[in-house]
Design a protein. Structure first.
Length: 102
């Protein structure tokens, strides 16, 4: 699959942290367009409200976790404006935002 985050996802799968400056306003004010985000590979339990780099229905997103089913078998992913992207399995969540800076 081709997508904007493929290179980032590959690094996260190898256990590497990544940084980049996402563009767009779907996660404002949590992440404003152009802010530097640090993302760590998923090594712990995913929690409600975590901002994650993930794949939902074939699309890649840097959005937040807004729901959980069956003890973490799948997660609902949404932007910060209330739009739900859909549900994804924990295997399609590659990293968690740990820092946001200007």
């Amino acid at each position: 699959m081709r997508g904007w985050a493929n290179a980032y996802i590959e690094k996260l799968k190898k256990g590497e942290s990544i940084q980049f400056r996402p563009r767009g306003n779907s996660m404002a004010p949590k992440i404003k367009s152009g802010q530097l985000v640090t993302i760590e590979p998923v090594k712990w339990e995913i929690e409600m409200g975590d901002i994650v780099l993930c794949q939902v229905n074939g699309k890649q997103w840097l959005h937040k976790v807004t729901g959980e089913r069956k003890g973490g078998a799948s997660y609902q992913i949404s932007n910060n404006k209330g739009h739900v992207n859909g549900w994804t399995s924990w295997t399609k969540i590659y990293g968690v935002v740990t820092e946001v800076e200007d």
